[in-house]
Design a protein around this ligand. Structure first.
Ligand code: ADP
Length: 163
């Protein structure tokens, strides 16, 4: 049976920190599904379609990675994909509390699905989509933080907003 893992998140937008987790976990699992969450609690900068498109372009060189989006309960989506693992990235202690809560509730909902945590590469430990947006808003250079297509999209988004 192939090992299938789902890496869920907002990816608003995808950063080099996310890509590092995707690339490394694609070596651990046979098939990875990167899943963009339609999150009604957060007001996103990019639409789900835009986030999916940027992710697809950024991971196109990885044969065993698929990009998708989902609504509703993560566990239901994971089952629907016939996956048994959820991948999450950990940056700092601050991520730990929320992640532990989420992993515990998911285990309660379906004990057959495991959450797999991958520690960030040190060089990305400070990196988040929100920090990237904050920096890009002031037109600072984000080229070392995100893929080129994201850099362009951020530039377009913020210059549009100024008009
Ligand atoms: P969410 O809203 O679900 O936290 P994010 O897009 O912010 O969505 O993050 C998705 C996942 O990627 C989370 O597990 C998060 O901890 C992880 N992640 C985000 N940035 C990094 C990074 N720089 N290094 C490693 N993991 C990261």
């Amino acid at each position: 049976m192939p090992s299938i893992a789902v890496y869920p998140g907002s990816f608003d937008p995808v950063t080099n920190g996310h890509l590092d987790i995707i690339e490394r976990s694609a070596k651990v699992f046979d098939h990875m599904v990167v899943a963009v969450l339609h999150n009604r609690n957060k007001v996103p900068l990019f639409s789900v379609e835009e986030r999916v498109r940027m992710l697809k372009q950024s991971v196109s060189y990885l044969d065993n990675v698929e990009v998708d989006s989902f609504n509703g309960l993560l566990i239901d989506y994971v089952r629907q994909k016939k996956a048994h693992t959820i991948v999450r990235g950990l940056r700092a202690v601050s991520d730990f509390e929320y992640e532990m809560q989420a992993a515990s509730i998911n285990r309660k909902l379906d004990p057959s699905i495991e959450t797999f945590f991958m520690m960030t590469n040190n060089q990305y430990s400070y990196l988040s989509s929100s920090i990237v947006k904050e920096v890009a808003k002031y037109e600072a250079n984000v080229s070392s933080l995100v893929p080129e297509i994201v850099e362009k999209a951020l530039h377009e988004k913020y210059s549009q907003n100024k008009k």
